[in-house]
Design a protein around this ligand. Sequence first.
Ligand SMILES: Cc1cc2nc3c(=O)[nH]c(=O)nc-3n(C[C@H](O)[C@H](O)[C@H](O)COP(=O)(O)O)c2cc1C
Length: 235
Amino acid sequence: MPPPPDLPAGPSPTDWRRGLRMPLVEAMETQRAVRRLRPDPVDDDLVLELCRLAQKAPSGGNRQLVEFLVVRDPATKHQLARLNRQAWALYKRLAGAQARGDLRMARILAAVQWQADHFEDVPVVVVVCQRGRPWPGPLGRLSWYGSVFPAVQNLLLAARAVGLGATLTTLPLWSRTLARRTLNLPRTVTPCAVIPLGWPLRGGYGPTTRRPPAEVVHLDVWGRHPAPSDGAEER
Ligand SMILES: Cc1cc2nc3c(=O)[nH]c(=O)nc-3n(C[C@H](O)[C@H](O)[C@H](O)COP(=O)(O)O)c2cc1C
């Protein structure tokens, strides 16, 4: 269905397919949470392509238990928005107290608030699910959850490449029971991540702020860091 005349359409399939060719390093260096999204429609084929690329990620034993629920239904989005707001109401009090005087954190919290206020208007939400329940034992849990997030990151990188705003969220999943009920999922399926997708309202993607390698890399011995170098430093 064509978009209503008052809403600009997103890029054409030719343009977003070209976008997917973005150099990997550029995508990795500029992939960040984009929470302020326009309600403009997002092409079904594009969402399917993002899921296909996500599904290329590794999984424990190559079991490939990750599946994607693409939500466009307004009533379901409304319920997800409610769940998100419930968790956010609690979280923002904790995070807000910690962020006092920290401008960068205050900016993030403002964006999360914006997302909470406009969740229903997001054109499409992808819920990344996994068949089954976390496997028992520390190694089981590690492998089970560890099989979901490579796919999530692939999806985020692909969204970044085409310029489609996306954020990895888990707040809407604070209650697995309520999330399953909202999404009409069988008990044999576990929702693990919720990714609102839409064309950015503002500038969208750009450089991220991350700790530099000289701080987070340890050479053979924990605490022995590489020397800082201009090329390897956070930009
Ligand atoms: C496991 C996980 C859960 C997250 N849950 C949420 C969430 O519920 N809501 C949200 O707005 N962002 C969520 N985020 C996004 C982080 O807040 C974001 O990646 C981080 O602040 C870095 O921001 P940047 O990517 O914009 O640099 C989550 C990220 C991860 C890895």
